[in-house]
Design a protein around this ligand. Structure first.
Ligand SMILES: Nc1ncnc2c1ncn2[C@@H]1O[C@H](COP(=O)(O)OP(=O)(O)O)[C@@H](O)[C@H]1O
Ligand SMILES: [Mg+2]
Length: 440
């Protein structure tokens, strides 16, 4: 019997953006995998032509917030190319505003949120709302470790903060009384939770951020948080997905704080995603990864430095004939599934800023020409003085790596950021990328 031809895969890369996938995550794929790199600044036509020339059927990779509008156009010009995740699925990656619109459209429980570009409306809102409120910068890559997230307790604090920060739109939501001063990250593949953990805030902090003295735990993630994450993943039709969920300490109800296809994940999780995608694209010729529910509780007992080096984890299916631990038996309702095909109606309607184009702040114009503003206008740091929160603003930084870097800066005699190259906690590509943000 002749095997069906596999589609031609390409990785979607962007200059300056850390790569979520590479060949090693697609172990066993028999054909050549192409790469296509978007170079920013009017690179649309060249990019489209390269995809066509290479006969790519499937483009795999995350699109950062600043490139979202551009890639909507690129995808339209390539109607026969499947994007994984789809452009529609990546709607929530663009901004917190989009996350809110997504949750509203699909009835996913999220904190009551106010979004407005209108000063009068904003003033009215903060006069009448309940406090505390959480005010956030809406636009841009999420998971900046709370750098653009602020708690205000009074009208006066709110107006002072907005005066200083000038965020547009104003994005503010009811503060959830966080159960155990924590929130939960759930990662899903094919709508099945494959990893979940609590992140707790540090002493005297309200924000859950391990770089501010917080900690994490893979234990006791409640079922209703997993269920809400699954519902969001299905609504987004996401091949892979992450949700940050707060549990209200009074009602124990779960609320979505953030959700996206872009998130930090250990390599073994990216291997599972690669395997899942190969299963999807091969019509089942490749094995669907089997990831027992709550296996994260067991894996989480290993140190992060070990987890960071684990690759290609394989779980066999549970055999009822042997004495399996309880967690090995899968619960009902959490199967790994094929995602539905996205279409344009999946995208919620956006809130139009009521300003003329030239009045808009740079970041909401949605032009093709911009590099991520974070890279263009990013503050330059001095190595010895950088704080953990500032380290977290570097593109693609992850909390554990930031803590490591901070430790190295403090304890070793390191004179330049590039010198960190010698140590084994980040790739050379990452180090040279981040080094650009330090004064020489
Ligand atoms: N509505 C809210 N109620 C309570 N805590 C919140 C709320 N929104 C955010 N937080 C806290 O602030 C942290 C950072 O907010 P988040 O929206 O995740 O922004 P980012 O990760 O982009 O900095 C969350 O992990 C959570 O601890
Ligand atoms: Mg977050």
């Amino acid at each position: 019997m002749q095997k069906k031809k596999l589609p031609k895969i390409g990785f979607l890369y962007l200059d300056y953006v850390l790569r979520f996938f590479d060949y090693s995550n697609f172990k066993g794929w028999p054909d050549k995998i192409e790469t296509v790199t978007y170079h920013w600044k009017n690179d649309k036509v060249r990019f489209i032509n390269e995809v066509r020339r290479k006969n790519i059927d499937v483009l795999i990779g995350n699109i950062p917030a600043t490139a979202y509008e551009t890639f909507k156009e690129i995808a339209t010009a390539l109607p026969n190319v499947r994007f994984i995740p789809s452009i529609e699925t990546q709607f929530s990656n663009k901004s917190k505003e989009n996350v809110t619109l997504f949750c509203e459209k699909y009835n996913l429980q999220a904190p009551q949120t106010f979004i407005s570009y209108d000063e009068k409306e904003v003033d009215e809102y903060f006069k009448n709302c309940s406090y505390p409120q959480i005010i956030k910068r809406s636009y841009g890559p999420s998971n900046y470790g709370g750098y653009y997230v602020h708690k205000v307790d009074t009208y006066k604090e709110a107006t002072q903060l907005l005066e200083e920060k000038k965020y547009k739109p104003v994005y503010s939501q009811d503060a959830i009384a966080l159960k155990d001063s924590g929130d939960i990250r759930v990662m899903l593949i094919g709508h099945k939770p494959v990893c979940a953990f609590w992140r707790y805030s540090g002493e005297g902090e309200w924000i859950t951020n391990t770089s501010q003295g917080g900690s994490m735990s893979y234990e006791n993630v409640p079922m209703n948080a997993l269920e809400l994450a699954v519902k969001a993943s299905k609504a987004a039709k996401a091949e892979y997905w992450a949700c940050d969920i707060a549990i209200d300490e009074h009602t124990l109800e779960p609320y979505i704080l953030e959700c996206a296809t872009a998130f930090a994940a250990f390599p073994y999780i990216r291997d599972w995603i690669g395997q899942y995608i190969m299963w999807d694209l091969s019509g089942g010729r490749f094995r669907l990864p089997h990831v027992p529910l709550f296996s994260w509780e067991e894996l989480g007992k290993m140190s992060p430095s070990v987890l960071r080096t684990l690759r290609h984890l394989y779980f066999a299916r549970y055999e009822p004939s042997c004495d399996g631990a309880y967690w090995l038996a899968d619960k009902e309702g959490f199967d790994m599934e094929l995602t539905e095909t996205s279409n344009i109606e999946d995208i919620p309607e956006s809130i139009e800023p009521p300003l003329s184009e030239d009045q808009l702040p740079e970041v909401v114009k949605g032009e093709d020409i911009q590099e991520p503003s974070e890279f263009e206008h990013h503050k330059m740091y001095v190595l010895e003085n950088i704080s953990l929160t500032e380290l977290m603003t570097l593109p693609g930084m992850d909390e554990e790596i930031a803590v490591k870097i901070k430790e190295f800066i403090e304890s070793e005699n390191i004179t330049s950021f590039e010198a960190l190259d010698e140590y084994d906690f980040a790739s050379n590509q990452q180090i040279s990328q981040w080094a650009k943000f330090f004064k020489k």
